[in-house]
Design a protein around this ligand. Structure first.
Ligand code: TMP
Length: 214
């Protein structure tokens, strides 16, 4: 199958941003197709406004279904405004988080139910599914420890303030997603050194994009 739509997933503290910072310039250099790199929540100016609303620490009282609906709304907007047009042009899209994040964070973490959140997102995405998902795996405790170390002097966002049990539920849900989607999701052990994680990630991307790689 041709790989065009690629997503990155992982619990907080998996090092997703650092890995993407290393890998994306190399993909840009070698891919001979348009490359669109984007992220959720956000990725388009309307969707970014929804992101600000969701992640604002002042909105701690937000109901969990409201939160799930806002993520889905942001995703719908982003999909229609950015992802679908890029795919229609024949481009490759790399998106930092997508539906799996909502299933893990809202479905399992917030306890709404993984199937309910999957169904909600089925409406939002009209069935659009990534061709490949790279899942950066770290145990919840390792992820939380990294967040605490690296963001010592910064304000945590609202989700990072949640308790360890929340992160355990998120991690467990990711493992279920991996188990249930073996064709789509490839796991990278993100407890390894950053350069090693980046190298493994790049080799997975290269293998999947082989026909468009020079
Ligand atoms: P980021 O750290 O990758 O920028 O993501 C911001 C936070 O948003 C992160 O804690 C995960 C959370 N999130 C959800 O809870 N549900 C979602 O659907 C998405 C896309 C992100």
């Amino acid at each position: 199958m041709t790989t065009r739509f690629i997503t990155f997933e992982g619990p907080d503290g998996a090092g997703k941003d650092s890995v993407l910072d290393i890998v994306i310039p190399q993909v840009r250099e070698h891919l001979h197709r348009e490359l669109v790199v984007t992220r959720e929540p956000g990725g388009d100016h309307i969707a970014e406004q929804i992101r600000d609303l969701i992640l604002d620490p002042d909105n701690k009282a937000m109901d969990e279904r409201t939160e799930a609906l806002l993520y889905a709304a942001s995703r719908r907007q982003h999909l229609q405004a950015v992802i679908e047009p890029a795919l229609a042009r024949g481009g490759v899209v790399i998106c930092d988080r997508f539906v799996d994040s909502s299933i893990a964070y809202q479905g399992a973490g917030r306890g709404i139910g993984e199937q309910a959140v999957a169904d909600l997102n089925g409406f939002a995405t009209n069935g659009r599914t990534p061709d490949l998902t790279i899942y950066l795996d770290v145990p919840a405790a390792v992820g939380l420890e990294r967040i605490r170390t690296h963001r010592k002097n910064q304000q945590y966002d609202r989700l990072d303030q949640e308790e360890a049990a929340f992160h355990e539920r998120v991690h467990d849900a990711y493992l279920r997603l991996v188990h249930n989607n073996p064709q789509r999701i490839v796991t990278v052990d993100a407890t390894a050194a950053l350069q090693d994680v980046a190298a493994e990630t790049l080799s997975i991307l290269r293998a999947h994009l082989a026909g468009d790689w020079q």
